[in-house]
Design a binder for this molecule. Structure first.
Ligand code: NAD
Length: 332
């Protein structure tokens, strides 16, 4: 069965999901919605992607010469599954339309957990399979869940504290900052800890967060109280065999998030994306029953592979989706 997919909201996440859907041999991209006319819509047209008006008129798009394939309702009629990649809060409003048109929907992490079942493929694919409404958790929560799930399976976790050093804005974004400050998030815990527990409810996770003047990636510093003894070597072996987790080395000259993204570009990755969570080999430490490590998360791409799996999970396809998606993007 070919899954007919639509993308609602063609921005940072939506345009990436559309491109990766095009790589899947069991999916067909019916089209994407255009909200306002811009360079993203122009490049979608150049790729031969059908554009549907996000509103009922599509006036701005038509005025700029876009030949529309229809309106959002027409797109919903043709799809089995839509990926809602609109800004925070819009997805919740759109859900009404998805219910009316009887189409399954994958939401993103800007939406509240109530919008659908929280999802990270390697943690809860089978629990979520067949659901009509799935929420791929945020980029930070996805990164935390991937590595914490592996550690919990191997050693058992009592308790986690993690600090998130968060990028200020996406690279294209000229509106947000800071550009010369470190801004603490004065909510304790930050929303990430409770969000991790919507996927991994069996241990406590306390998170704190600061924003810093970078656009490239987030960095997490984790401190985990384990139930069973661990060694640095054992933990590194565990991460080496964990899907969508990559060990990077200071000794290879990867000392920073900047070098991770340069490495992704050198590997020929589309847009220079790094969907894997990157853990520094030299940054893993064990002290008594505590495990420490540093991981970098590429906010623009880690949730994209999860969304492709969420599409397959929603229609009841098996968990082999993870390796299928990985293979399409050259992820080992
Ligand atoms: P974005 O602002 O880059 O893109 C959103 C797109 O939706 C824009 O093209 C906008 O024109 C369009 N849009 C706005 N209202 C619309 C509507 N009513 N109907 C159809 N389209 C509409 O946003 P983004 O960064 O791609 O974020 C999308 C979702 O992904 C959010 O939930 C966000 O929290 C989540 N997310 C973002 C990132 C990131 O780093 N950017 C990472 C993980 C998750």
């Amino acid at each position: 069965m070919t899954i007919k997919v639509g993308v609602i909201g063609y921005g940072t996440i939506g345009k990436r999901i559309a491109d990766v859907v095009l790589l899947q041999d069991d999916m067909e991209l019916i089209g994407v919605t255009g909200n306002t006319f811009n360079y993203k819509i122009k490049s979608a047209i150049n790729k031969g992607i059908n554009i549907f008006a996000a509103d009922h008129l599509g006036t701005g798009l038509k005025r700029n010469g876009v030949c529309l394939a229809g309106k959002i309702v027409d797109l919903l009629e043709e799809c089995d599954v839509v990926c809602d990649c609109t800004p925070k809060g819009v997805g919740k409003k759109n859900k009404r339309k998805y219910i009316e048109h009887n189409v399954k929907a994958i939401f993103q992490g800007g939406e509240k957990p109530e919008v659908g079942k929280s999802f990270v493929a390697q943690c809860n694919y089978e629990d979520v399979a067949g659901e009509d409404y799935i929420r791929v958790v945020s980029c930070n929560t996805t990164g935390l869940c991937r590595t914490l799930h592996a550690v919990d399976q191997e050693y058992g976790i009592n308790d986690v504290h993690a600090t998130m050093v968060r990028r200020a804005a996406d690279p294209w974004d000229i509106y947000h900052g800071p550009i010369n400050a470190i801004v603490p998030a004065l909510e304790l815990p930050s929303h990430h800890g409770p969000d991790v527990r919507t996927v991994l409810p069996n241990f406590t996770v306390f998170t704190t967060s600061v924003h810093v003047p970078t656009t490239i990636m987030h960095m997490h510093s984790l401190s985990i109280e384990l139930q069973n003894p661990a060694t640095v070597e054992g933990v590194l072996n565990l991460f080496l065999k964990t899907t969508r987790v990559r060990i990077v080395k200071n000794s290879d000259g990867i000392r920073s998030t900047a070098e991770i993204i340069e490495y992704a570009k050198d590997m020929g990755r589309l847009r220079g994306d790094m969907p894997e969570v990157c853990i520094w080999e030299e940054g893993v430490g064990v002290w008594g029953n505590k495990l420490f490590y540093l991981q970098a998360v590429h906010q623009e791409s880690d949730v994209v592979v999860e969304t492709i799996d969420a599409i397959r999970a929603s229609v009841g396809k098996p968990i082999t989706s993870i390796s299928k998606t990985n293979q399409s993007l050259g992820i080992e």
